[in-house]
Structures are given as C-alpha cells and as structure tokens.
Design a protein around this ligand. Structure first.
Ligand code: MG
Length: 300
C-alpha cells in the first residue's frame, strides 16, 4: 500500500532565523538551504522581503534568492507583508510568495503597519502583481489562534479574514498560531470552520509554534482535520520580532519522526534532517529545542 503524502514546508531560513539577534551570514543561510534540500524538502521559506530596519536578519533576501540553486523541483518561498515586498521578491526571482495578514488588529498594526481592514486594501494589487511577475501566491492568517496584544481571537473573526484572503485567486491558505497558544480542540474548530467557508480547491496549510508545548499535538489535529501541508523549523528555532514571548516553531525533525511512524510519506530523510538541525545549532552556537535530534536513533 502506498503511503499517504504529507508535505513539510521548512521555514527555518525565514521564521527560524528572523528573530536571531546575531546576523547569520548569507553564506551560512545558503549552506542551511543546501542541507534542507539535500534532506529532501521540496518547498521552503528562503527569506522575507520586509523592512530591513525592522528585521535586519532578513536584509539579505536578494542575495539568498540569488544564491539558491535553481531547480524546477524545489520551491523557494518569499514572505511579504506589502506591495513593495512583493515587488522586491519578484525582482529577486521568487516564484512563490506567501503574503501575511493578521486575524487581530493589535498584531496587524505592529507587524503589518495597519489594521486588518487597512492591510486588505492592497490585496487585489498584490495578487495581480505577483501573478504578472510569474509567481504563485498563498496567504497566511497569522494570530489565528490568539494575539499577544488583543488576546483571544474569535473563530468567526478567523473565518472572516480567511474569506477575505480567498476573495483573490490564491492556491493555498495557512492558519498560523503565531504565538503558540492553541490546543488541538482549537485546531479542529478553526480549520473545520475555515474549510467550510472557502473553495475546496484551495490547499490548507498549518503553522505552529511550540511556546506552550502544544505544537506536535496541534500538528496531529491539523492532519486529522485534513490538512496535508505543515510548516516546521529544523531544531525548533524561531520566533517573531513583533510577538513578545513567542517561542520557536514546531521542530521539523520531531514532526518528521512522528509522521513517519504514523505512516505518512514526506519525501524527507530523517537522518539528513537531523544533520540539518544540528548544522543550525552549530551556526547559532547553542542547543536547539527539538528533541529528536538529541535522542538515540530509533530503530537503532
Ligand atoms: Mg511563525
């Protein structure tokens, strides 16, 4: 019997590194991306095109995109928060753009520079510009499980923002637990509500942070709810400069170990993913939070 496919999108070069205070060199970012692609990942966030004064770690996005090996089977995602970012991503050669909205105004004002309502004004232009530039485009609803400034976010609010995201022609919609407050019950509820509200051809993607140790459980809940695209960050590194107290992303190698044993086919080699996680730990000079990369090999 062939195993069911599950896509792991590796976000360590973007979400994983963006909050690191010491600038990681472009060379090390490209070396990390090399580890990631050799491990078998076929889609990864390579960088973001945001204000370099606000997120200096991502200031070399052009150089990273210029330096990645161009391969038809690998998609390097560029994250953007405004039209200027989309234009820069296209100029850098990005073929896929992930555009981020927020479910809450408190976070939207700090992360995206305007209220949720205000940030949607440019959305038709953003999608048209991306497509004219030859890139496909997805949207993320960040703070979809809770906001560090506004607190609880209602399911109806998440659905409303999701509906606005899909008012333009996008291929994928992600719900992100930006600060890691959700539990599996929230995951079932929110994905179920969003799925019922958007066209069936739009692929769903889930993005979890492990601030409260619920990320693996949330990932299983998302998969049970039918999601087949999950973000992870090798080593469990990550955070957000505009989300106080947010910890790392769910460690990709921990996702990989678990979903391998659950019978899913991700196309990623666990040993190589662990090597990649260890490489990042070495670059950052510290022990990363992921557990599988520190555990004895199993089966031994
Ligand atoms: Mg994140």
């Amino acid at each position: 019997m062939s195993r069911e496919k599950l896509e792991l999108v590796e976000v360590s070069p973007r979400d994983g590194l963006q909050n690191e205070p010491d600038i990681v060199s472009t060379e090390n970012k490209l070396a990390l991306i090399g580890h990631i692609t050799r491990a078998g990942f076929r889609r990864l966030e390579a960088g973001s095109f945001v204000n370099p004064k606000k997120v200096p770690q991502m200031a070399d996005g052009d150089a990273v995109f210029a330096g990645v090996p161009k391969r038809d089977d690998i998609t390097y995602i560029a994250l953007a928060l405004n039209l200027r970012g989309v234009e820069r991503a296209l100029a850098a050669g990005a073929k896929e753009i992930n555009y981020v909205f927020c479910a809450s105004d408190g976070f939207s004002i700090r992360n995206n520079g305007g209220t949720v309502e205000e940030t949607f004004g440019v959305w038709p232009d953003v999608v048209a510009t991306a497509k004219a530039g030859g890139a496909r485009i997805s949207a993320t609803v960040s703070t979809a499980f809770g906001c560090p400034f506004d607190g609880e976010v209602a399911v109806s609010r998440v659905v409303e923002v999701a509906e606005r995201c899909v008012s333009q022609d996008i291929f994928e919609l992600a719900l992100a637990d930006t600060i890691g407050v959700g539990a599996p019950s929230d995951v079932y509820e929110r994905f179920r509500a969003v799925k019922a509200a958007i066209p069936a051809h739009i692929q769903l993607r889930a993005h979890f942070h492990n601030t409260r140790n619920t990320a693996l459980a949330n990932a299983v809940a998302a998969v049970e709810e039918g999601v087949r695209v999950l973000d992870g960050s090798l080593g469990g590194i990550g955070g957000c400069p505009f989300a106080p107290g947010a910890a790392g992303n769910v460690p990709t190698e921990d996702l990989l170990y678990m979903f391998n044993r659950m019978g899913f086919d991700t196309g990623v080699d666990l040993d190589a993913a662990i090597e990649a996680a260890q490489f990042i730990g070495g670059v950052l000079g510290r022990k990363t939070p992921g557990m599988v990369s520190r555990a004895p090999k199993w089966p031994s």
